[in-house]
Design a protein around this ligand. Structure first.
Ligand code: SF4
Length: 194
Protein backbone atom coordinates (compact mmCIF):
# COMPACT_ATOMS: atom_id res chain seq x y z
CA UNK A 1 0.00 0.00 0.00
CA UNK A 2 1.48 3.35 -1.00
CA UNK A 3 1.49 6.41 1.16
CA UNK A 4 -1.51 7.79 -0.69
CA UNK A 5 -3.64 4.81 0.29
CA UNK A 6 -2.61 4.61 3.90
CA UNK A 7 -5.70 5.05 6.03
CA UNK A 8 -3.63 6.58 8.79
CA UNK A 9 -2.32 9.24 6.42
CA UNK A 10 -5.78 10.05 5.13
CA UNK A 11 -7.24 10.49 8.57
CA UNK A 12 -4.28 11.99 10.37
CA UNK A 13 -4.47 15.19 12.41
CA UNK A 14 -7.75 15.73 14.16
CA UNK A 15 -9.57 12.78 12.66
CA UNK A 16 -6.67 10.53 13.53
CA UNK A 17 -6.70 11.85 17.07
CA UNK A 18 -10.42 11.12 17.31
CA UNK A 19 -9.88 7.53 16.30
CA UNK A 20 -7.04 7.28 18.80
CA UNK A 21 -9.37 8.54 21.48
CA UNK A 22 -12.04 6.01 20.60
CA UNK A 23 -9.52 3.17 20.74
CA UNK A 24 -7.75 4.46 23.75
CA UNK A 25 -10.49 4.72 26.21
CA UNK A 26 -10.56 0.98 26.36
CA UNK A 27 -6.86 1.10 27.17
CA UNK A 28 -5.73 4.44 28.53
CA UNK A 29 -6.09 8.09 27.66
CA UNK A 30 -3.99 8.11 24.52
CA UNK A 31 -3.09 5.37 22.11
CA UNK A 32 0.32 5.02 20.48
CA UNK A 33 0.40 5.93 16.86
CA UNK A 34 1.76 2.82 15.24
CA UNK A 35 1.50 3.45 11.52
CA UNK A 36 5.07 3.33 10.18
CA UNK A 37 4.04 5.19 7.04
CA UNK A 38 3.20 8.48 8.68
CA UNK A 39 5.40 11.27 7.46
CA UNK A 40 4.92 14.43 9.43
CA UNK A 41 4.97 17.71 7.59
CA UNK A 42 7.71 20.13 8.44
CA UNK A 43 6.49 21.93 11.49
CA UNK A 44 6.10 25.68 10.97
CA UNK A 45 5.85 26.24 14.76
CA UNK A 46 9.14 24.60 15.62
CA UNK A 47 11.94 27.07 16.19
CA UNK A 48 15.68 26.62 15.90
CA UNK A 49 15.83 26.73 19.69
CA UNK A 50 15.00 23.23 21.07
CA UNK A 51 15.18 24.48 24.65
CA UNK A 52 12.54 27.10 23.94
CA UNK A 53 10.38 24.57 22.11
CA UNK A 54 10.60 22.28 25.15
CA UNK A 55 9.76 25.05 27.61
CA UNK A 56 6.74 26.13 25.55
CA UNK A 57 5.55 22.56 25.21
CA UNK A 58 5.91 21.84 28.92
CA UNK A 59 4.07 25.07 29.74
CA UNK A 60 1.26 24.01 27.41
CA UNK A 61 1.01 20.56 28.96
CA UNK A 62 1.02 21.98 32.49
CA UNK A 63 -1.76 24.35 31.49
CA UNK A 64 -3.84 21.37 30.32
CA UNK A 65 -3.15 19.54 33.59
CA UNK A 66 -4.15 22.65 35.54
CA UNK A 67 -7.42 22.93 33.63
CA UNK A 68 -8.19 19.27 34.23
CA UNK A 69 -7.38 19.67 37.91
CA UNK A 70 -9.66 22.72 38.15
CA UNK A 71 -12.54 20.99 36.38
CA UNK A 72 -12.18 17.29 37.04
CA UNK A 73 -15.03 15.05 35.96
CA UNK A 74 -16.42 13.29 38.99
CA UNK A 75 -14.33 10.25 39.94
CA UNK A 76 -13.87 7.83 42.72
CA UNK A 77 -10.08 7.57 42.92
CA UNK A 78 -9.11 6.27 46.35
CA UNK A 79 -5.37 6.17 45.65
CA UNK A 80 -5.27 2.39 45.46
CA UNK A 81 -2.57 2.85 42.79
CA UNK A 82 -3.95 -0.13 40.91
CA UNK A 83 -3.59 1.82 37.66
CA UNK A 84 0.15 2.15 38.40
CA UNK A 85 0.51 -1.63 38.58
CA UNK A 86 0.47 -2.52 34.94
CA UNK A 87 0.92 -6.19 35.73
CA UNK A 88 -2.57 -6.10 37.31
CA UNK A 89 -4.40 -3.91 34.83
CA UNK A 90 -2.69 -5.21 31.70
CA UNK A 91 -2.73 -1.59 30.54
CA UNK A 92 0.06 0.94 30.33
CA UNK A 93 -0.31 4.71 29.98
CA UNK A 94 1.06 6.16 26.79
CA UNK A 95 2.50 9.65 26.62
CA UNK A 96 2.74 12.25 23.92
CA UNK A 97 6.10 13.96 23.66
CA UNK A 98 5.05 17.03 25.62
CA UNK A 99 3.76 14.85 28.45
CA UNK A 100 6.98 12.84 28.43
CA UNK A 101 9.09 16.00 28.68
CA UNK A 102 6.87 17.28 31.48
CA UNK A 103 7.21 13.99 33.36
CA UNK A 104 10.97 13.93 32.74
CA UNK A 105 11.29 17.40 34.23
CA UNK A 106 9.37 16.19 37.27
CA UNK A 107 11.71 13.21 37.56
CA UNK A 108 14.68 15.56 37.52
CA UNK A 109 13.02 17.84 40.05
CA UNK A 110 12.69 14.78 42.27
CA UNK A 111 16.47 14.49 42.16
CA UNK A 112 16.79 11.70 39.61
CA UNK A 113 18.57 11.66 36.28
CA UNK A 114 17.24 8.26 35.26
CA UNK A 115 14.09 6.24 35.75
CA UNK A 116 14.29 3.83 38.69
CA UNK A 117 14.48 0.17 37.77
CA UNK A 118 11.40 -1.90 38.43
CA UNK A 119 11.10 -5.56 37.55
CA UNK A 120 7.64 -6.46 38.84
CA UNK A 121 5.73 -4.87 35.96
CA UNK A 122 4.60 -1.79 37.90
CA UNK A 123 5.34 1.77 36.80
CA UNK A 124 8.97 2.63 37.59
CA UNK A 125 7.72 5.86 39.15
CA UNK A 126 5.62 4.07 41.75
CA UNK A 127 7.66 4.36 44.93
CA UNK A 128 8.52 0.84 46.14
CA UNK A 129 8.05 1.65 49.83
CA UNK A 130 5.44 4.40 50.00
CA UNK A 131 3.42 3.20 46.96
CA UNK A 132 3.01 6.83 45.95
CA UNK A 133 3.71 8.34 42.56
CA UNK A 134 7.15 9.97 42.62
CA UNK A 135 6.03 12.66 40.17
CA UNK A 136 2.43 13.12 41.24
CA UNK A 137 2.19 16.80 40.23
CA UNK A 138 3.80 16.04 36.87
CA UNK A 139 2.09 12.72 36.21
CA UNK A 140 0.87 12.15 32.67
CA UNK A 141 -2.62 12.81 31.37
CA UNK A 142 -3.50 9.11 31.28
CA UNK A 143 -2.70 8.82 34.98
CA UNK A 144 -5.10 11.69 35.64
CA UNK A 145 -7.97 10.29 33.63
CA UNK A 146 -8.13 6.97 35.45
CA UNK A 147 -8.36 3.98 33.24
CA UNK A 148 -8.51 2.22 36.60
CA UNK A 149 -11.83 0.37 36.89
CA UNK A 150 -11.89 0.90 40.67
CA UNK A 151 -12.06 4.64 40.06
CA UNK A 152 -14.91 4.21 37.61
CA UNK A 153 -13.04 3.43 34.40
CA UNK A 154 -11.72 5.96 31.92
CA UNK A 155 -13.23 9.38 31.44
CA UNK A 156 -15.59 9.55 28.52
CA UNK A 157 -14.29 10.90 25.26
CA UNK A 158 -16.65 13.86 25.46
CA UNK A 159 -15.11 14.92 28.78
CA UNK A 160 -11.50 15.08 27.64
CA UNK A 161 -11.37 15.20 23.84
CA UNK A 162 -10.42 18.91 23.69
CA UNK A 163 -7.49 18.37 26.04
CA UNK A 164 -6.35 15.32 24.09
CA UNK A 165 -6.51 17.31 20.86
CA UNK A 166 -4.28 19.98 22.42
CA UNK A 167 -1.81 17.34 23.62
CA UNK A 168 -1.71 15.95 20.10
CA UNK A 169 -1.05 19.41 18.71
CA UNK A 170 1.84 19.94 21.13
CA UNK A 171 3.17 16.52 20.17
CA UNK A 172 3.08 17.43 16.51
CA UNK A 173 4.78 20.76 17.14
CA UNK A 174 7.62 18.85 18.84
CA UNK A 175 7.85 16.38 15.96
CA UNK A 176 6.61 13.54 18.16
CA UNK A 177 5.08 10.29 16.95
CA UNK A 178 1.96 10.27 19.10
CA UNK A 179 1.56 8.36 22.34
CA UNK A 180 4.37 6.05 23.46
CA UNK A 181 4.76 3.63 26.33
CA UNK A 182 5.35 5.55 29.55
CA UNK A 183 8.72 4.02 30.37
CA UNK A 184 10.19 4.42 26.89
CA UNK A 185 8.76 7.92 26.46
CA UNK A 186 10.10 9.27 29.77
CA UNK A 187 13.46 7.56 29.35
CA UNK A 188 13.91 9.23 25.95
CA UNK A 189 12.69 12.57 27.29
CA UNK A 190 15.29 12.40 30.07
CA UNK A 191 17.92 11.95 27.38
CA UNK A 192 16.50 14.92 25.48
CA UNK A 193 16.81 17.11 28.57
CA UNK A 194 20.53 16.34 29.03
S1 SF4 B 1 3.44 8.10 36.57
FE1 SF4 B 1 2.71 8.00 38.68
S2 SF4 B 1 0.45 7.96 38.54
FE2 SF4 B 1 1.29 7.40 36.51
S3 SF4 B 1 1.39 5.16 36.50
FE3 SF4 B 1 3.41 5.93 37.16
S4 SF4 B 1 3.29 5.95 39.43
FE4 SF4 B 1 1.19 5.81 38.65
Amino acid sequence: MGLGQCACVRIRNLEHARINIAKTFHLSSLTPHTCPLIVRKRNPHKTSDPRRDTEEAVAGVRQIYAELKANPPERNCTLQTECCRFQITGQTPVLTKGEALTAAKAVRSAGRKELPKRDDGACPLLHPYTSRCMIYEGRPFGCRTHFCEAAGGPYSRREVSDWIRRLEEIDERLGGDGGRDITVAIRDALEDLK
